[in-house]
Design a protein around this ligand. Structure first.
Ligand code: SR1
Ligand code: MG
Length: 436
């Protein structure tokens, strides 16, 4: 036994250390169910680190019989480095959220095969042959199953963790179980709801074209009021267990299947934050499309599909959520005894519609916040970043900022999802001054 092997063997199996390939192989070999799933001799397993997110290590391990994905939290933010520590406990919350979501939205999240709290490690089934949805969208691929799957995921995970479905004591136990995930919430509170609107060292944008827009957003008090209201809602509205980071990089797809991954930001928060993440990221995909065209008009069909998809995500979500409310409302909210007879039933139905209108407004606002943070804040997304010509990228980003500002400051003028897609269509061909 080499000295390196001896020192690995000496380590307690649940003691935190960053797992490198040899250590991970030994660790997995010690888990009979996982080793059986991989098959063959551990020495023959292939291990590759594939993490391209901002926070963690992700390994794909393959053996003769099958594959697994291993996600390990690092004690710091991977994107920035050791100067930005981050609690390993996020792995615990991710595990809790994954197992909870698996009960509510079977088949739409990866199955957890193993969790080690000490190592901040989750072993999951390998989602194959799926790819990260953002990558597929950048390539202009259409995903016909996506609307149905994401609408079901959103409706079921949000409804069944809300006061509409749960007795108050159960709901409060849920809030308590996730309350410790505040460091991840703080990332969102800073990076999404604060930094893009002030001078912050980590902010960046496509210079010099967006300098004026970035300065304008730092001085725009109407916008500051709007983003502060959204931040307050994020801080103090534990409506449901939300995914907390539901961008298109947290969704894996094929044309026939959708799987939602990476719920490490999960906590009890406003439902509109998850809906806004999906809608906002699809809007960015739509407005980035022109920047990926190799010939004018090449992306038009894809763009038409994207706008229909945005409309259908909201419409199908609202339909499924309302159906659950009508048939599965066992929570303490809206006691049926307060709505007797046909008049009570009609009044309750009107109230359901009013609730959805309020949730839609939240989703519009959060969607705008998600767009702005990806253009003026620290963490950008590949939809824009992969547009090679920086001026063309800035044009796409400027259109997105214009749309997002309107959605955030004039939210009440967006009464329907059709109003959102109409505004997106209009801004798609708008030319910012620097492009003229
Ligand atoms: C410093 S972490 C930056 C972002 O990465 C995650 O995916 C979240 O979106 C977070 O805001
Ligand atoms: Mg993530």
């Amino acid at each position: 036994m080499s000295s390196q092997q001896r020192s690995l063997a000496d380590l307690r199996q649940d003691e935190y250390r960053i797992l490198h390939e040899a250590d991970l192989r030994d660790y997995l070999a010690g888990l009979p169910a996982v080793a059986g799933r991989l098959g063959g001799a551990p020495e023959a397993w292939t291990i590759s680190e594939v993490g391209d997110g901002n926070l963690n290590l992700v390994f794909i391990v393959k053996g003769v019989a099958g594959g697994i994905a291993v996600k390990q939290a690092l004690p710091y933010v991977r994107l920035v480095g050791e100067s930005w520590p981050l609690p390993l406990s996020r792995s615990h919350y991710e595990y809790l959220a994954l197992t909870h979501q698996a009960r509510l939205a079977a088949g739409l999240v990866p199955a957890v095969l193993h969790h080690n709290e000490g190592l901040a490690l989750v072993v999951m089934e390998l989602i194959e042959p799926h790819i990260i949805m953002r990558k597929g969208l950048i390539a202009g691929t259409l995903y016909p199953r996506f609307v149905g799957d994401i609408a079901t995921f959103l409706a079921r995970t949000l409804f069944f963790s809300s006061d509409l479905a749960l007795p108050a004591a159960k709901k409060k136990e849920g809030i308590a179980a996730f309350a410790g995930n505040h460091a991840l919430c703080k990332i969102t509170e800073d990076l999404i709801f604060t930094d893009p609107y002030r001078e912050a060292e980590q902010n960046r944008w496509t210079q010099p074209w967006l300098d004026a827009a970035a300065a304008g957003f730092r001085e725009d008090l109407d916008l500051h009021v709007a983003i502060s209201r959204l931040k307050l809602k994020f801080l103090n509205a534990p409506e449901a267990l939300i995914h907390g980071d539901l961008h298109t990089g947290s969704i894996m797809v094929t044309e026939g299947s959708t799987v939602v991954i990476d719920p490490e930001f999960a906590f009890y928060g406003p439902m509109g934050f998850d809906l806004g993440a999906v809608i906002g990221n699809l809007l960015m995909s739509y407005l980035a499309s022109a920047g990926h065209e190799r010939a004018p008009g090449e992306g038009r069909l894809f763009e038409v599909w994207l706008l229909e998809t945005i409309e259908d995500v909201w419409t199908e979500f609202a339909h499924e959520f309302l159906e659950l409310w009508r048939t599965e409302a066992h929570g303490d909210a809206y006691p049926l005894t307060l709505f007797p007879g046909p008049a009570g039933a009609a009044r309750l139905e009107a109230e359901r519609q009013a609730y959805m209108a309020r949730l839609f407004g939240d989703s519009v606002g959060f969607s705008a916040a998600k767009i702005i943070r990806r253009i003026l804040g620290l963490a950008h997304n590949a939809d824009f970043e992969l547009i090679e010509d920086p001026k063309q990228r800035a044009i796409c980003e400027a259109r997105s900022l214009r749309l997002a500002r309107a959605m955030m400051v004039e939210t009440s003028s967006f009464l329907t999802i059709g109003a959102v897609t109409k505004a997106a269509r209009e801004v798609r061909d708008w030319q910012p001054d620097f492009a003229k």
